[in-house]
Design a protein around this ligand. Structure first.
Ligand code: S3P
Length: 189
């Protein structure tokens, strides 16, 4: 905060985080938002994969979820010194207390809300997401356990029926109402 960059507003937060359930569009919206603000986009899952040298499904298969979660926290917290970044956090990241502190104190956080039906529709059985091997009932329980936690950490934006462009535009406008980062989406209220 308080730092001035040519061509940008001085009051934009240094770190913007997007949280939400799988399929909420964190990576797609995050990339568009970063482009609109002239920020760098960081996908937490991709950073973890780079750090581990293998895909997430292999980390889960070979070392288990706990090990993935430890790595996730380590990689997330190590972004504390980054500036002018949009971070898309994996769907489970906001559940750990250390990560919650980071999302609250080091970032301006937005919760991209997706309905359970829309999550199922968007993700299908994506083999890169190990959690999708769980039963529908387990996923539903996980969804309902996480949703209230997400809501305490960030400003909530519903994503059902909204395009990623429009969502990125809404976030940019919330962060910096005076700037015209993106053309408004169709039917913008
Ligand atoms: C997870 C979500 C995934 C990834 C991992 C676990 C979760 O990220 O971090 O498969 O626990 O919800 P996305 O939310 O980007 O799919």
């Amino acid at each position: 905060m308080g730092e001035s960059y040519p061509g940008t507003s001085s009051h934009l937060p240094e770190r913007i985080a997007l949280i939400g359930f799988m399929g909420s569009g964190k990576s797609t919206v995050g990339r568009l938002l970063a482009r609109a603000l002239g920020y760098r986009f960081l996908d937490l899952d991709a950073l973890i994969e780079r750090r581990a040298g293998r895909p997430i499904r292999r980390i889960f298969a070979e070392e288990g979820e706990e090990s993935f979660r430890r790595l996730e926290t380590e990689v997330l917290l190590s972004q504390a010194g980054r500036r002018r970044v949009v971070i898309a956090a994996g769907g489970g990241a906001p559940m750990r207390p250390e990560n919650q502190s980071f999302l609250r104190s080091a970032c301006t956080t937005f919760y991209l809300e997706v309905s359970f039906a829309e999550f199922l529709r968007r993700t299908g059985t994506d083999p890169r997401r190990p959690l999708l091997q769980r039963s529908r009932e387990e996923l539903r329980a996980l969804y309902h356990r996480r949703a209230p936690v997400y809501a305490t950490l960030g400003r909530r934006l519903n994503t059902d029926g909204s395009s990623p462009q429009r969502l990125a535009g809404r976030i940019a406008a919330l962060l910096d109402p005076a700037a015209d980062h993106l053309p408004p989406g169709e039917g913008e209220e």
